[in-house]
Design a protein around this ligand. Structure first.
Ligand SMILES: Cc1cc2nc3c(=O)[nH]c(=O)nc-3n(C[C@H](O)[C@H](O)[C@H](O)COP(=O)(O)OP(=O)(O)OC[C@H]3O[C@@H](n4cnc5c(N)ncnc54)[C@H](O)[C@@H]3O)c2cc1C
Ligand code: SF4
Length: 473
């Protein structure tokens, strides 16, 4: 373990953010890494618990106590190797994972979990800086060909694992660049796109072949891919947004979050916007409907674009500031979470339902009509009110993958929620030679779950193609 008395002697210390007044002037990352010495001190707080709940709380089962110990002992290169043995992309999770591992950490009972995510990010960032993370092309070729559709974290993890097992791997992506939501959903201020490009560069050097600007189901049929490849992995994400079909939904100025966020990511990357309608928050009163990650990203982006005022509406009642550990630990607790974007200036309203969008004579949004609701989402009589707004962003989550096109063409069966039906042992769909992983299989989720599913799906495909597999499941 780290230092036997580390957790008694050293306080938890987290990375800090650059001041909000500075960071809202640009789209760059603003987290200030800890010094090497402080990171080692933080790693030394790990108690190497007999039952490391962190390891189980982490969806990719990172060997957290092991690399905490290695960092404490200054064995960073070995820590980097260990970290990559369970997670293909710790530089993504080290930046944007909500860190269920920290919620599970034994020291979280005292509200002072080990700063696991910070240490993870420090290990991988150092690994890249020192040149320890190199392309790992396979030593042999199996002669088998696999198509992976979608280049989000699930597709990338699946492709990297399969390539390293010696298969010829082709990734099909309908967007101009690989990365999925890492590239077009999550803003640069949380994850700069050079971080995604660096990993895609490693994969290209390993021999993964990317076919971008190819929409499967439109530019190429599923039938031809199934015929041409030994296996096809569906990793197309969960792209159908939840709508709010209330009066005024058709007004100009009411948009899905995922019509708004990708535009800004493209602007930052000097990519064309792909439409004549630029959705901008500049000089507007903005209302974001929905309280999750997507809603937060809409706030941060609106503030950077120069919104007059940003209000976030959440239909759920305000959660408690602090969880009851005896009831929740080591599980993920329900509690009030304040993101860096919230800190940059958003009014948060809880227990509010939007009942109508109100327009002006030209058909443009001018206000939202809302009502307060109780814990069963029933309207409280007499609580109606209006919020002036020229831009409303719907960030209420995603219902399912898009069925039209690729999926319907393939003939895969869906589960009760409309996701591609496949279990988490084989990740096999109902169609011969077709597998599924990530949000397309499990529904909207997290990057770390997508990485897990991509890795496990790759192991299942390898097992099917070769009769055995050395890839971890
Ligand atoms: C705005 C936003 C912010 C988020 N923030 C966080 C966060 O901070 N932390 C976190 O852990 N999670 C976050 N998430 C969730 C996380 O991004 C997803 O769970 C994760 O990206 C899912 O990975 P995936 O590979 O399954 O799918 P995706 O990342 O959605 O990738 C799917 C890819 O498939 C491609 N594709 C789809 N259909 C086709 C087709 N027919 N042909 C070719 N290509 C196709 C798409 O273009 C896309 O590139 C966020 C989600 C959103 C929307
Ligand atoms: S639960 Fe916390 S203290 Fe225990 S091994 Fe994991 S990181 Fe270390």
């Amino acid at each position: 373990m780290g230092k036997v008395t580390g957790f008694l002697e050293i306080d938890r210390q987290e990375r800090k953010y650059k001041p909000a007044a500075d960071r809202i002037r640009h789209y760059k990352e603003f987290v200030i890494p800890l010094s090497e010495e402080t990171t080692r001190d933080q790693a030394s707080r790990c108690m190497n618990c007999g039952i490391p709940y962190c390891h189980n709380g982490c969806p990719v089962n990172n060997q957290i106590p092991d690399w905490n110990d290695l960092v404490y002992k200054n064995e960073w290169e070995e820590a980097c190797r260990n970290l990559h043995s369970t997670n293909n992309f710790p530089e993504f999770t080290g930046r944007i994972c909500p860190a269920p591992c920290e919620a599970s950490c034994t020291l979280n009972i005292e509200d002072t979990p080990v700063t696991i995510k910070t240490i993870e990010c420090a290990i991988v960032d150092r690994g890249f800086k020192q040149g320890w993370i190199k392309p790992e092309p396979p030593r042999h070729s199996t002669g088998k060909k696999v198509a992976v559709i979608g280049s989000g974290p699930a597709g990338l993890a699946c492709a990297q694992q399969l390539r390293r097992a010696g298969h010829e791997v082709h990734v099909y992506e309908k967007n101009t660049f690989p990365g999925g939501l890492l590239r077009y959903g999550i803003p640069d201020f949380k994850l700069e796109k050079t971080v995604v490009e660096r990993r895609v560069g490693q994969m290209t050097a390993e021999g993964v072949i990317f076919h971008c600007n190819v929409n499967v189901g439109v530019d190429v049929t599923m039938g031809s891919l199934i015929a041409d490849y030994d296996a096809v992995a569906l990793a197309g994400g969960s792209e159908k947004p939840r709508d709010l079909p209330i009066p005024g939904r058709e007004l100009a100025g009411v948009h899905f979050a995922m019509d708004f966020l990708p535009q800004q990511n493209r602007r930052v990357s000097d990519e064309p916007i792909l439409t004549n309608e630029h959705i901008l928050a500049s000089g507007k009163n903005v209302v974001v409907i929905g309280g999750g990650d997507t809603g937060s990203d809409c706030i941060g982006t609106s503030v950077r674009q120069g919104a007059l005022k940003v209000t976030q509406l959440e239909i759920m009642t305000r959660p408690p500031d602090r969880e009851n550990k005896l009831v929740t630990w080591p599980d993920w607790p329900l509690k009030l979470r304040t993101s860096s974007s919230h800190e940059e200036g958003a009014m948060r309203e809880f227990a509010v339902n939007t009942v109508a969008f109100i327009g002006d004579d030209s058909g443009a949004l001018k206000a939202l009509r809302c009502v307060k609701v109780d814990s069963k989402f029933q309207a409280i009589p007499g609580s109606e009110f209006e919020i002036p707004a020229e831009l409303a962003l719907l960030a209420m989550g995603f219902v399912a993958p898009v069925h039209e096109g690729m999926l319907d063409q393939s003939g895969v069966k869906y589960d009760g929620r409309g996701n591609v039906a496949a279990d988490t042992i084989a990740y096999k769909s109902s169609v011969e030679k077709v597998w599924a992983c990530g949000d397309m299989r499990r529904g909207q989720s997290l990057v770390v779950w997508a990485i897990r599913e991509g890795r496990q799906c790759a192991a299942s495909i390898d097992q099917h193609l070769m009769g055995e597999t050395l890839l971890p499941h």
